[in-house]
Ligand binder design. Structure first.
Ligand code: GDP
Length: 375
């Protein structure tokens, strides 16, 4: 329905704004357009574009961000019209990853993803430079120059790929050396509280902040619950429309997930779109053949869960989803016999004992099958 569409686009733009903020930007205005199909030339329609152009000009806006990946041609066309920096969702996410990469491995992966994003856009960039130089009377760079650039970028890409392949091998060896300890991986949408939970569980100090993608490099900690040691990995936050360049280049990060024995799928139940988040995460898990692993659904942030107050007169027997209480949710699919689910607050340390017990039981089950004679 239209109302649902509006809610969705608001949520998407909320998230985009949050991403922009994470990247260090400040958002002045949002524009929404409902279309069956994006305009092949300019993504949005002519009228809307004019509206945006006026706003950009009047307010001296430096950057316009689009919530979808723009084709190189679209990006070029829009840049010509708006005369400001044009960034798409992929570009924005790559930028955040680049800012936050802490290890040389992560930096190499991001650089590779950035070059792969850049390659098809090289021609467009030249046009952009031309305009900055004044354009008229200036001969633009010939095809040969663009070709030279393409070759340089291609060479760089193959070099980075080789470098990554070497580190991948080393990392695979390291993972192998970790022995037969049961491996547990925290997965979940970005900003749901994975690092916080990791800290509480392993009593370590993993960086946690209210920004998207605070976690970029995986952290592995040895954790002991009730004499049972296991390895706990905090993985990169998943996100809707994760750029394909990144899915590929973060293969090794995702290997931690692929090789895990147990997944703790953390969900921010206080977020309006938490069901979408679950779906996005499951999609990525599916892509790396990890959808069938034993999984515990960890519904976090129960302290922040609020269900909207409702007018008692409107209350029919069929409650709408927005009016579900936590108790209602617990009675849905989340807590059926074949899903292991737990409701916690990592921040307020609510229900953590239950959580530990559940993890212990699960790890123990796996441990026993692995060392049948030691138990
Ligand atoms: P990650 O991206 O999944 O690793 O998430 P973080 O652990 O960095 O947490 C993201 C934000 O959510 C931080 O501001 C945390 O303080 C906050 N947070 C984590 N757990 C809870 C919780 O149980 N309740 C509330 N209200 N906030 C939480």
């Amino acid at each position: 329905t239209q109302l649902q569409d509006e809610e969705k686009s608001k949520e998407y733009l909320d998230e985009l704004e949050f991403l922009a903020y994470t990247a260090g930007g400040e958002v002045y205005k949002r524009f929404v357009q409902k279309m069956q199909m994006p305009n092949p030339k300019t993504f949005i329609g002519t009228g809307k574009m004019e509206e945006v152009r006026e706003y950009v000009e009047e307010n001296d806006i430096g950057t316009a961000i689009f919530d979808d990946e723009l084709s190189p041609a679209q990006q070029k066309n829009i840049e010509k019209i708006l005369r400001c920096k044009i960034i798409d969702r992929t570009n924005l996410i790559l930028d955040i990853f680049a800012q936050r990469a802490q290890t040389s491995y992560a930096r190499t992966q991001v650089e590779l993803a950035q070059y792969e994003y850049l390659l098809p856009r090289l021609a467009g960039m030249w046009t952009h430079l031309e305009r900055q130089r004044g354009g008229i009377g200036m001969r633009g760079p010939g095809e040969t120059e663009i070709e030279t650039d393409r070759r340089i970028v291609r060479d760089r890409i193959s070099l980075l790929k080789k470098k990554i392949a070497t580190i991948d091998k080393q990392m695979a060896v390291q993972r192998g050396n970790r022995g037969a300890l049961v491996r547990v991986a925290l997965v979940g949408y970005t900003n749901v509280g994975k690092s916080t939970l990791m800290n509480v569980i392993s009593k370590s100090e993993v960086f946690a902040e209210n920004k998207l993608f605070a976690t970029l490099d995986t952290t592995v900690r040895k954790v002991v619950i009730g004499n049972l040691p296991f390895l706990l990995t905090d993985t990169v936050g998943f996100i809707r429309k994760l750029p394909t360049q990144l899915v590929e280049s973060f293969k090794s990060t995702l290997d931690e997930v692929r090789e895990a024995d147990l997944l703790l799928h953390v969900v921010d139940i206080s977020h309006d779109s938490f069901e979408d988040h679950i779906a996005s995460v499951n999609k990525i898990l599916d892509e790396i053949d990890s959808a069938d692993k034993p999984t515990v659904m960890v519904f976090n942030k129960i302290d922040a869960f609020t269900n909207q107050t409702i007018d008692e007169d409107d209350l029919t027997t069929e409650r709408t989803k927005a009016h579900y209480t936590l108790e209602d949710w617990k009675r849905t699919w989340m807590n059926t016999e074949n899903t292991d689910a737990i409701f916690i607050s990592a921040l307020n340390k609510e229900n953590l004992e239950e959580f530990r017990k559940m993890v212990y039981e699960k790890v123990r089950e796996i441990h026993v099958t692995r060392f049948p004679y030691n138990n």
